[in-house]
Design a protein around this ligand. Structure first.
Ligand code: HQG
Length: 182
């Protein structure tokens, strides 16, 4: 299986499992689960040929463990990163480490220093434990800036934190007073 096919299909899965399931007539439940057979047939109707082994390969090889398959093998979901309104993950609150990191691009900094971090089209602001991960995330949008978020202090002041199955930390917003540059 070529890396190109895996990458392209992974992007397609992110698109339908996080953002636009309706684009292929797929339904997600509120925890984000989609029936794998329905995913395969929806994709086929839209000219994309998927099969179970390709899907399983992507789930297993995803560097960020973006997807998971249910224990019975019937369903698949994205573990974080959703923007579709049909999904509202019931995440368990969790105590964050003292500091978390967010990678962004210089061109967003004026706005971030006014508004703090906001989720944009996704459901949450994404934070990581490692500054190196934040750096990779920020580089996608331009010249990277790594922000340090005083996560524990935020939590002490009533802000909620969650951790997705793949380790990404999630919160609803980060006010300016908890942000510093690295
Ligand atoms: C920025 C990838 C202006 C924010 C990654 C970011 C991640 C603001 C962009 C996951 C802002 C949103 C998510 C404000 C935040 N003004 N810009 N007030 N507040 N921003 O892609 O965190 O490969 O929705 O800094 O690894 O970059 O897809 O979020 O640059 O975990 O699995 O608005 O996506 O994972 O961009 O990335 P995104 P993100 P996957």
């Amino acid at each position: 299986m070529s890396k190109k096919l895996l990458d392209e299909t992974s992007k397609f899965l992110s698109y339908v499992l996080r953002h636009e399931p309706q684009a292929i007539g797929l339904t997600l439940d509120s925890e984000g689960w989609a029936d794998i057979e329905a995913l395969i047939s929806g994709a086929a109707r839209n000219g994309r040929s998927l099969d179970r082994s390709l899907i399983e390969n992507i789930v297993a090889s995803s560097d960020k463990k973006r997807f998971s398959i249910s224990e019975d093998g019937q369903f698949i979901r994205a573990v974080q990163g959703h923007s579709t309104k049909s999904v509202a993950l019931q995440l368990e609150e969790k105590q964050p480490p003292q500091t978390l990191y967010h990678g962004t691009a210089t061109r967003f900094m004026d706005s971030i220093s006014q508004q703090g971090l906001i989720p944009g089209s996704r459901h949450h602001v994404h934070l990581s434990e490692e500054s190196a991960t934040a750096s990779t995330v920020g580089k996608r949008y331009g010249t990277v800036v790594i922000l340090r978020v005083a996560a524990q202090q935020m939590q002490e002041q009533g802000f909620k934190f969650y951790q997705a199955e793949n380790g990404v930390w999630l919160t609803e917003q980060v006010p300016v007073r908890f942000i510093s540059t690295l």
